[in-house]
Ligand binder design. Structure first.
Ligand code: FUL
Length: 500
């Protein structure tokens, strides 16, 4: 009898212990910096410099610093407009391809101190930092590797004595950065200190990326490093702001892989757009697109600012597919965002807030077909509604295609479903299906692939139902789902026009 009791007790201890152990992570995993980047979701890259005054997109490198003369530059107005749009950070273009530095660098004379701005005492990067601090926004830096002004460009000294020193200044003196952005456009014709010639470099070897990225790793250990193919965040492969309908955070760069870090290679567009299901590294996608047709301000584009609705569409196609949205903002020659840009951002931000502030699944009774180890407290479906990206509903190891029924207790109207996995355990789920209860039976209304850090399903029209079912239809391992949301899209009310 004693033996039986002891065996039962041992079994109980084992089951309890098993029930409390988290699922084993699957595939590559995000670092702390990548998790923080993922949580940022939307940020704005701000282009302002000589091109603003010459009406160009790529300055040649011979621009006179005297032209950079904003009379009303106001970082608070610019960062404030981004914040009103729901963006959580900005990336400052500290130097574009023309080589003009927007901060008083020691590495070249071609910088803001030679412009009339603040009588040569200005520092645009500092002003953005201060505005970010005041507004609670994150900051990142873009410093173009290609420099069409530097006489040294193309020689090894440019990398060691100019570019890397510029990065070190920017990463040391402007507070914590959430991202450092490395542009893919490299080499070509330029001023190059008066040589006015074409200089080509091998972009996979010239910048010695492992060492160059090492500067960020050392000085900004929590910054995600963006480059065409990583190492922390990859380019989505287009400047249309769109990730693939299926989009994996995992990715294997096709690289002349040169050491510890992935990267340095070229990539076919669709690979950046979709990633790789069995990718070797965690390198999620960033979707970049300007608010206007160009990255820099051009008066001729004042009427071509993207509308709040088109920003909303982009949101679904980027953030809604597990990527981040990087929207380009272009202050004008005064140093301000123009009214159309400010309004569009504000209205987009309003729509976003109205739509996602109310999860209609809140208060539902959740019934899961399986809960890991029967441990409801730790792994139960209630975690899906607690708005925490890392608490989660998990199933036993052998249960890969569980189901969840949400009884909403009353009819609810919605057209957006939000799913998130706890990506600390990897991107696990491959496919899901959503059903609603209609006329006494389940009816499938949507399917989705590659869940990951954030997945939005936007239905073609709003549906009304009192019961929703989610079926995980494909997953290589047990699930770790952290979020389930139902939302009803809210749009800016349009002015009612009098009918003639
Ligand atoms: C590109 C650049 O060539 C554009 O001018 C812009 O800076 C964009 C964000 O990245 O590669």
């Amino acid at each position: 009898m004693k033996k039986i009791i002891l065996t039962l007790f041992a079994c109980f201890v084992l089951i309890t212990a098993f029930g409390q152990s988290a699922p084993k992570p699957y595939g590559p995993l995000p670092t702390k910096g990548q998790l923080q980047w993922q949580e940022t979701e939307m940020y704005c890259i701000i282009h302002f410099g000589p091109d603003t005054y010459t009406d160009k997109e790529w300055g040649y490198g011979d621009e006179d610093p005297m032209i950079v003369n904003p009379t009303q530059f106001n970082a608070m107005q610019i960062v404030g407009a981004a914040k009103a749009g729901g963006f959580k950070g900005i990336i400052v273009v500290a130097k574009h391809h023309d080589g003009f530095c927007m901060w008083p660098t020691k590495t070249t004379e071609h910088n803001i101190s030679k412009s009339p701005y603040e009588n040569g005492k200005g520092d645009i990067v500092r002003e953005y930092r201060d505005a970010c601090n005041r507004l609670g926004m994150k900051m990142g830096i873009y410093c173009s590797p290609w420099d069409r002004n530097s006489p040294l460009y193309g020689k090894p000294e440019y990398v060691t004595d100019v570019y890397r020193k510029q990065l070190a200044e920017l990463y040391s003196n402007y507070g914590p950065l959430f991202i450092v952005w490395h542009d893919g456009a490299n080499g070509g014709d330029g001023y190059y200190g008066g040589a006015r010639e074409t200089r080509t470099i091998d972009r996979s070897t010239y910048y010695g990326w492992n060492e160059t990225w090492g500067i960020a790793r050392k000085l900004q250990p929590n910054a995600a490093i963006f480059g065409d193919v990583g190492p922390d965040v990859r380019w989505v492969g287009n400047e249309k702001g769109q990730a693939g309908e299926t989009c994996w955070a995992a990715y294997t760069p096709h690289a002349p892989d040169s050491g510890k870090m992935p990267g340095n290679g070229y990539v076919k567009d669709y690979e950046g757009t979709e990633g790789h299901r069995d990718g070797k590294y965690w390198i999620p996608a960033e979707c970049d697109i300007p608010l206007r047709p160009g990255w820099f301000y051009h008066q001729s584009q004042d009427e071509k600012v993207k509308s709040p609705d088109s920003l909303f569409n982009l949101y679904y196609k980027s953030v809604g597919r597990g990527a981040c949205l990087d929207l380009g903002l272009s202050p004008d020659r005064r140093g301000l965002l123009s009214d159309n840009d400010v309004k569009s951002l504000k209205d987009f931000g309003w729509q976003l807030k109205q739509t996602f502030s109310k999860n209609l699944a809140k208060g539902a009774t959740l019934t899961a077909s399986n809960v890991r180890g029967g441990n409801l407290q730790k792994f139960g479906p209630a975690h899906l509604l607690d708005n925490d990206r890392y608490s989660y509903w998990a199933t036993d190891d052998r249960i890969k295609t569980p189901q969840l029924i949400l009884d909403l207790h009353q009819k609810k109207l919605f057209n957006v479903i939000r799913l998130r996995e706890n990506i600390k355990l990897g991107q696990r789920i491959e496919e899901v299906a959503i059903d609603t209860w209609q006329n006494g039976k389940w009816q499938q209304i949507a399917t989705a692939t590659s869940i990951g850090g954030n997945r939005l399903i936007r239905l073609p029209k709003k549906v009304t139902t009192n019961k929703v079912r989610m079926r995980i239809t494909k997953s290589p391992v047990c699930i770790a789902l952290s979020d389930f949301g139902l939302y009803s899209e809210v749009r800016i009310p349009r002015p009612v026009l009098d009918t003639p």
